[in-house]
Ligand binder design. Structure first.
Ligand code: ZN
Ligand code: ZN
Length: 410
């Protein structure tokens, strides 16, 4: 159970303030990619497991829990009637990628090609594909399949399907049970149901993180009515998720307050991202003054932190949504929620429908993530910086503009 649950867990954000717990670790010593010995036989063995006849793909993969990424040749599945073949242009780097390449959850299936914040262009479609044609700009997010028959799938909540197929390190039942390979690669084949249309107005590099970080905050805001002008939204943590939550909240016409342990983020939150107010969570006076003022709170912090002071910020019947995944249980004294009839809910990414709606909304309001665009040969350094939260706010790999190198070593 816990093994399976962990496969579905998504913990993309890591704001600086809570600098302990899941996703935050001491800076790794600088290291060069290590090339495993006997590479040729490793490659041969890896390729033998692939279904023959699919498109040749070149990506970057981690071979073991060091998480060091290096070039990797593999093949995509043979496209089926309802499959779309996509040339990958950009792929964001999410904290989940970090957890998977380093086997933090104990379920990594090496070699792991990470990446689930994919933007690309359609290069081919199967005969049964109705929604896409070659040349279309598209996105692929956290998952590429689901059972299509359970209660969750029937209600359009594919992200909560027990048979969800994750984009990276998932089990691709339509490909002989092979581990799915993600967006740190040049091509991907995806069933059209899980492919998103990217509005023309959006810049592609800044759109990639929306496929995960964006929908992870947008989906619960829609579900809990935190999308109405005049309502007051609290955003805890100003990382990859939090900064998008601020933008989305403002686009809904809400009052948005960023809550952080780090006073140094005030200027960034208010002047650059457009937040209305900034609360230092370690300042009891500030927190007291804001008691009972918020309709909802999106808590993006993945490290353990006290939530009782945050729940006090909610109005009666207010809703807190947890999207970070601390590795220790959060404390929830019932007095913090019972008297005010308050709610605490979780959320994991969003459905296909949510994701498409989020992209349309982003297109209409000009919402993009704040990104640092890199080439693939910088990816190991980017992962090290991500571990130290040294990024504002998301690394995005310019996959098509990178030389992906060669998996053949002497
Ligand atoms: Zn993610
Ligand atoms: Zn299902």
């Amino acid at each position: 159970m816990s093994h399976h649950f962990r496969a579905l867990i998504h913990s993309p954000s890591l704001p600086v303030p809570f600098s302990h717990g899941v996703g935050v670790s001491a800076a790794s010593p600088s290291r060069a990619p290590r090339l495993p010995r006997a590479r040729a036989s490793v490659e041969k063995r890896e390729q033998a497991m692939e279904e023959p006849g699919g498109a040749a793909a070149l990506g970057w993969a981690a071979r073991d829990a060091t998480g060091v990424l290096s070039p990797y040749n593999f093949s995509r599945r043979v496209p089926r009637d309802d499959d779309v073949t996509i040339k990958i242009l950009y792929c964001g780097i999410c904290h989940t990628d970090l957890h998977i390449i380093k086997n933090h959850w104990g379920n990594s299936m090496y070699p792991v090609v990470p990446g689930h914040e994919i933007v690309g262009v359609v290069t081919g479609v199967g005969g049964g594909v109705t929604r896409f044609k070659p040349g279309d700009t598209v996105g692929v997010g956290y998952f590429v399949g689901s059972c299509r028959s359970c209660d969750s799938c029937g209600k359009g909540n594919e992200n909560y399907c027990a048979g969800v197929v994750l984009t990276s390190n998932g089990v691709d039942r339509a490909h002989g049970g092979a581990a799915t390979k993600g967006g740190f690669s040049d091509v991907i084949v995806v069933n059209e149901h899980y492919v998103l249309r990217v509005p023309d107005s959006l810049p592609l590099d800044r759109t990639a993180p929306l496929l995960c970080a964006g929908v992870t905050v947008y989906s619960p805001m829609m579900r809990h009515g935190l999308n109405e002008p005049g309502k007051h939204l609290g955003v805890v943590g100003l990382g990859g998720l939090g900064h998008v939550a601020v933008k989305v909240g403002k686009a809904f016409g809400m009052k948005v307050t960023v809550i952080s342990t780090s006073p140094s983020k005030r200027q960034e939150a208010v002047e650059h991202l457009g937040a209305d107010e900034f609360l230092v969570s370690r300042d009891p006076e500030q927190m007291k003054a804001a008691t009972g003022t918020m309709d909802g709170i999106i808590d993006t912090v993945s490290a353990w932190h006290p939530i009782t002071p945050l729940l006090a910020l909610l109005k009666p019947l207010g809703q807190m949504v947890v999207v970070g995944v601390p590795n220790k249980p959060l404390e929830l004294p019932v007095y913090a929620i019972v008297p005010g009839g308050k709610g605490v809910a979780g959320n994991s990414v969003g459905s296909v429908g949510d994701c498409q709606a989020m992209l349309e909304f982003a297109g209409k309001h000009g919402i993009g993530a704040e990104v640092e665009v890199i080439k693939m040969d910088y990816v190991n350094t980017a992962i090290e910086r991500l571990e130290k939260n040294d990024v504002r706010y998301r690394f995005v790999i310019d996959v098509a503009g990178s030389s992906l190198g060669s998996a053949t070593y002497v």
